[in-house]
Design a protein around this ligand. Structure first.
Ligand code: GLY
Length: 395
């Protein structure tokens, strides 16, 4: 048995970011994950895109994304200093283009909504799009330029977070976790299975296990988060010498279907992604790969010459309102940081900040309150209540 101030379940971007922040303020922290760094964070494209991900009815989520995007340069610099590893933050903006007249009508509506939300977005006629990105197909119908949307290299990010947490003294346990409770409160986590178990005692457990958060053994029924896996199939390509490339992230709506192409700036590209309700299936299908390549090729014909180096499926943690669940629960000591759906990389800085504030003061900052996990509780009565008793004060 070992005692910690906090145990984090899940070592994806959200779990590691939270662990790093908790350890940075002097806490003894352990992270438990059976397969560290192999989940949605690894499959992701790394887009930091609150503007081009904005969707009707999700204003609070969009504003959270804008807040987190603003925090990213400092977060990335802090991580680089703490780990010695750069995360590849690129602030080149995003161009979201339409393939046909109906896609153009959709983007007109979307731009009106983005401007209504006060977001930094503007219309570019097709000729301007092609001046910005000469490799775009001649037939595109114009697009939305979002100069603030950015990206990080999500795999470098995972490496940097792993090293920063290690240097901060966070203990990493590669094992399945079971939540432990005693006298109506969290008492820690049991790591491992069968005869090979280790008890990690802690008054605070942060569940940041992505879609698997809802399947954590030991979670009392009343605090199981309503998160589900949403499959995304995603490709990685490499441009070869002389290939016609793009310089900024290019997204498109192609006959009603979204696609994105994220250039890392060194010839590597990420092309994504499907969005499928297929449970925990992670099969890469011929139809999905075909569809992604067909639609991207329609927008950037030169990518037909790129080398296809990887096809993978990841599972996003979807929530009923597409927004994350960050904050305390009805079980004292249990904090959730999950349900980030399409925006886990983007929302890492604010999620870590909210978890750290909760551990320090017993409350999340005001801006995080809309994402209180208890908004989905059957009675909803606890939302907005004082949460100090739930997590205890800082050590
Ligand atoms: N954030 C992009 C995606 O989830 O596919």
């Amino acid at each position: 048995m070992t005692s910690y101030d906090a145990v984090v379940v899940g070592s994806g971007t959200i779990g590691l970011a939270a662990a790093w922040r908790l350890a940075a303020s002097g806490r003894r922290v352990a992270v438990v994950d059976p397969h560290p760094g192999t989940g949605a964070s690894y499959a992701a494209a790394g887009m930091l895109a609150p503007v081009t991900e904005a969707s009707w009815g999700e204003e609070a989520l969009t504003q959270l994304g804008v807040r987190s995007l603003a925090a990213w340069p400092g977060f990335a610099a802090g991580l680089a200093a703490a780990s010695g590893l750069d995360v590849g933050l690129r602030q080149g903006g995003t161009l979201l283009v339409a393939a046909d007249a109906s896609d153009r009508a959709y983007l007109d509506e979307l731009l009106a909504y983005q401007l209504h939300c006060g977001l930094d977005a503007s219309w570019c006629p097709a000729s301007t799009c092609r001046e910005l990105e000469p490799s775009l197909a001649p037939g595109i119908r114009g697009g939305i330029l979002a100069t603030g949307d950015a990206q990080v290299d999500n795999r470098r990010l995972l490496g940097s977070l792993a090293e920063a947490t290690r240097r901060a003294g966070v203990v990493s346990v590669a094992a399945p976790a079971t939540l432990a409770t005693a006298a109506g409160s969290v008492s820690g986590v049991v790591a491992g299975a069968g005869p090979h178990v280790e008890e990690l005692r802690a008054p605070l457990v942060v569940v940041a296990a992505g879609w698997a958060s809802s399947a954590l053994p030991g979670l009392p029924e009343r605090v199981v988060p309503p998160v589900r896996p949403v499959k995304g199939q995603i490709l990685r390509l490499v441009a070869r010498r002389g290939d016609a490339e793009v310089t900024r992230t290019v997204r498109a709506v192609v006959h009603g279907v979204p696609v994105y192409l994220v250039p890392r700036g060194d010839g590597r590209y990420v092309l994504g992604a499907t969005s499928e309700e297929q449970g925990t299936d992670t099969t890469v299908t011929a139809g999905a790969v075909y569809g992604l390549l067909r639609d991207a090729h329609r927008i950037v014909p030169g990518l037909g010459d790129f080398e296809l180096v990887e096809a993978r499926a990841g599972l996003r943690p979807g929530s009923p309102d597409n927004a994350p669940l960050v904050g305390p629960t009805a079980l004292p000591g249990l904090v959730l940081a999950t349900g980030h759906y399409r925006n886990g990389i983007l929302l890492a800085p604010v999620t870590a900040e909210a978890v750290a504030a909760l551990a320090e003061t017993g409350e999340v900052p005001d801006w995080a309150r809309p994402f209180d996990p208890r908004r989905f509780a059957a009675d909803g009565a606890a939302v907005g209540a004082a949460v100090g008793a739930a997590v205890g004060a800082a050590p």
